[in-house]
Design a protein around this ligand. Structure first.
Ligand SMILES: [Zn+2]
Length: 303
C-alpha cells in the first residue's frame, strides 16, 4: 500500500513547546517502517495553486505561500507560519491529490498520507488550529473535479471537530462529512444540529467516553449514514488524538479501536467504492499513541 509523505513536512517549524511538532511525523514514519519492512513510501508532489483554489480563497494562499517569513509568524494563538511552512503545506495538500490520482489510476486501492501540517480546521479563508490548508478538502475537491464523482464521504475520527472541512462542504451535496469528536473541546463546533444540506453528520462525544461507547456511536449512528450515502470514494481524516495517552483530549480510546474502525471503513470502501480509500494524518500529540495508532490504522488498510 502506498504511503505519501515529503521531507519538507518536517520543516514546518511551530517553535519550542508546540504540540504540533515535527517529531510527530518522524514517529509515524519510523513506526510504519518498523512494522512494515516493505513500506511503499513515496514523495508527494506539491499541490498546485489551482488545486488549492478549489477550496481556498486567494488571500489565504497569499498568506501561506507568498509572505516568505524569515522567522516564525503567529497567524493566531496556536497556528504558526515559519520559513519552511509554505513547502510543507504544499506537499501536505499535494499528497492527498496524488493519493486520489493513485486510487483512480488503478495502481492501488488504499493510500495513506503521512503529512503535516494537519488540515481539517482550516476553512476556505482562515488558517487555524495548527492547520494551514485543508488537505482532505483539497483531495475531495480534486476527486469531484478531476473524476466527476457525485458522492464522496469524508470520514473524520480525529478527536477534534473538523470545522474547516464542514464549513467548506456544508452547502455541497456531493460531499458527505461524517465526524465523531469530543465536545466540549476546541473548536467547540460539531453539534448534532449542524446538518448542512443533509450532508453533515456530527456525533459529539463527552470527555471520558471510552472504547465501548465510541464503537457503539460508529456502529449505530455514523457507519449507517455512510452506508446510506453509498459513496464512490472514502476519504479519512485520521487523527490519533482520541487515544487515552493524548495530552489535548480525554476520549480515552485504545489503538485497537482505531484499528477496528479502520477495518469497518475498508469494508465500506470495498462494498461501495471498488475499494478506493484515501486516508490523511490529522492530529495526535502523544508520540507513542501516534506510533500505535498509525500502525493499527495501516494494518487494517493493508489487509
Ligand atoms: Zn485533533
Amino acid at each position: 500500500m502506498p504511503v505519501f509523505s515529503h521531507p519538507s513536512c518536517l520543516d514546518h517549524d511551530t517553535g519550542p513547546g508546540h504540540a504540533e511538532r515535527p517529531e510527530r511525523l518522524a514517529a509515524v514514519i519510523e513506526a510504519l517502517r518498523a512494522a512494515f519492512p516493505d513500506l511503499d513510501l513515496r514523495q508527494s508532489p506539491p499541490a498546485t495553486r489551482g488545486q488549492l483554489l478549489r477550496v481556498h480563497g486567494p488571500a489565504l494562499l497569499a498568506t501561506v505561500l507568498d509572505s516568505h517569513p524569515t522567522g516564525r509568524i503567529p497567524l493566531d494563538s496556536d497556528t504558526v507560519l515559519s520559513p519552511g511552512s509554505a513547502q510543507a503545506a504544499l506537499h501536505a495538500a499535494g499528497a492527498g491529490v496524488a493519493a486520489v490520482d493513485t486510487v483512480f489510476d488503478g495502481s492501488a486501492t488504499r493510500v495513506f498520507c503521512a503529512v503535516r501540517p494537519p488540515g481539517h480546521h482550516a476553512t476556505g479563508d482562515i488558517a487555524m488550529g495548527f492547520c494551514l490548508f485543508n488537505n482532505i478538502a483539497v483531495a475531495a475537491a480534486h476527486a469531484l473535479d478531476r473524476y466527476g464523482l457525485a458522492r464522496v464521504s469524508v470520514v473524520d475520527f480525529d478527536v477534534h471537530h473538523g470545522n474547516g472541512t464542514q464549513a467548506i462542504f456544508e452547502a455541497e451535496p456531493r460531499v458527505q462529512y461524517v465526524s465523531s469528536h469530543q465536545l466540549p473541546l476546541f473548536p467547540d463546533t460539531g453539534t448534532r444540529r449542524e446538518r448542512g444540506v443533509g450532508n453533515i453528520v456530527n456525533v459529539p462525544l463527552a470527555p471520558g467516553t471510552g472504547s465501548q461507547r465510541f464503537c457503539e456511536a460508529w456502529r449505530e449512528r455514523l457507519l449507517p449514514e455512510i452506508e446510506a450515502f453509498a459513496p464512490q470514494l472514502i476519504l479519512v481524516s485520521a487523527g490519533f488524538d482520541a487515544h487515552w495517552r493524548d495530552p489535548l483530549a480525554q476520549l480515552q480510546l485504545e489503538a485497537e479501536d482505531i484499528g477496528w474502525l479502520s477495518g469497518e471503513l475498508v469494508a465500506l470502501a470495498d462494498r461501495f467504492c471498488e475499494g478506493r480509500l484515501v486516508s490523511m494524518l490529522e492530529g495526535g500529540y502523544d508520540l507513542q499513541a501516534l506510533r500505535e495508532c498509525s500502525v493499527a490504522h495501516l494494518r487494517a488498510l493493508s489487509t
